[in-house]
Design a protein around this ligand. Structure first.
Ligand code: ATP
Length: 328
């Protein structure tokens, strides 16, 4: 058991629905265990700017249902520098903080790992919070379920109008490096094609498949394109297909930032609560430089260094194969 007295919590990188339930769990688990708890605003920027405040059980009342993050988040360049890290450390020490829960994605974990190697007297515990679902060590990350449901709701509506007008829609969804949202949303909405950063797109094949769909009397088609797909962007893609397909009116929709917002789903509220609870308990157990994740519905701790350097997240092969077969 550690001699932990005071911990801090921050959210960093892209915001994700479920961060608030996680903050709530961290604060209340800490207080239950007689720890003081500090909220750091705007991720690592708040460590550098000393933008922190004492939290109590009431600081996290009525936030389970809120999207975004009450602590705010930021992408903080100065934290990548030695000077920035030293300033952050000085502020953390001055506050008497001896453990930090960081909620974010792989960038956030990279920062936490570097900070902890440089200043090993501060324990760090990572919680996977990103809509991209692209972290090794957790089958699901916070926000992914809510974001996918938001995308599904939007695409269902687009399908209504696509069907009414015999249209082909190209819909861009978030995922610069990860096709996780695109793949699951595509399966859930019966998309005719799903374009992912993880695999090359054969445009000729896509066009042949769309033609086959029309031949099979499909009255509309949906092509989901993850942001990071390598075929040149959704508008360019639509233009190339327009030149070769005359039977559909072709439209483009970019779902954009609405995918990040909204009240967290039941799944993300429970995941956030579980991971926040587990993160504080791991710190109390004297653990550091780890990430708490969920694997096979059990909490699993993964070494941050190992997660970041030795493994990459992979989309499930069976889902990729199935999505093609089910969309004929
Ligand atoms: P998302 O997956 O939603 O983009 P993320 O945590 O990967 O989330 P990033 O913007 O990549 O988001 O990283 C968040 C923050 O972590 C950065 O703004 C920076 O402050 C810190 N960070 C990232 N990489 C490093 C690094 N190499 N050294 C120090 N800090 C870093």
């Amino acid at each position: 058991m550690s001699k932990l007295k005071k911990i801090a919590v921050l959210t960093s990188g892209g915001d994700a629905p479920g961060m608030n339930p996680c903050i709530r769990a961290v604060v209340r688990t800490a207080i239950y265990n007689n720890l003081e708890v500090v909220g750091i605003r705007q991720g690592y920027q708040g460590m550098i700017d000393n933008n922190m405040y004492d939290m109590n059980t009431r600081s996290v009342s009525n936030i389970l249902n809120l999207g975004g993050t009450i602590l705010k988040t930021a992408r903080c360049l100065p934290f990548r520098t030695d000077e920035g890290m030293e300033l952050a450390y000085k502020n953390i020490k001055a506050q008497g903080i001896d453990g930090i829960v960081v909620i974010g994605g792989d960038g956030t974990f990279t920062g936490a790992l570097r900070f902890s190697k440089r200043f090993p007297d501060i324990a760090v515990m990572g919680v996977p919070g990103t809509i991209d679902n692209d972290l090794y060590g957790s089958t699901y990350t916070l926000g992914f379920d809510t974001a996918t449901n938001t995308v599904i709701e939007a695409i269902d509506k687009i399908r209504d109008t696509a069907d009414a007008h015999d249209r082909l829609f190209f819909i861009e969804v978030m995922g610069r490096d990860s096709g996780a949202i695109a793949l699951r949303a595509g399966i859930s909405c019966g998309a005719e094609a799903i374009l992912l950063p993880e695999r090359a797109t054969a445009i000729d094949e896509l066009i042949e498949n769309l033609k086959a769909g029309q031949f099979n009397k499909k009255s509309s088609s949906i092509v989901i394109v993850a942001e990071g797909d390598k075929s040149g962007g959704v508008y360019d893609l639509a233009e190339r297909v327009r030149g070769q397909i005359k039977f559909y009116d072709i439209k483009v929709t970019i779902l954009g930032h609405l995918q990040r917002g909204g009240s967290p789903s039941a799944f993300d509220r429970i995941l956030g609560s579980r991971l926040g609870f587990a993160a504080v308990n791991a710190l109390i157990d004297g653990k550091s430089r780890m990430m708490v994740g969920l694997e096979a519905n059990h909490i699993k701790l993964t070494d941050l260094e190992e997660a970041l350097t030795q493994h990459t997240y992979k989309l499930e092969d069976d889902l990729m194969q199935m999505s093609e077969i089910l969309s004929i």
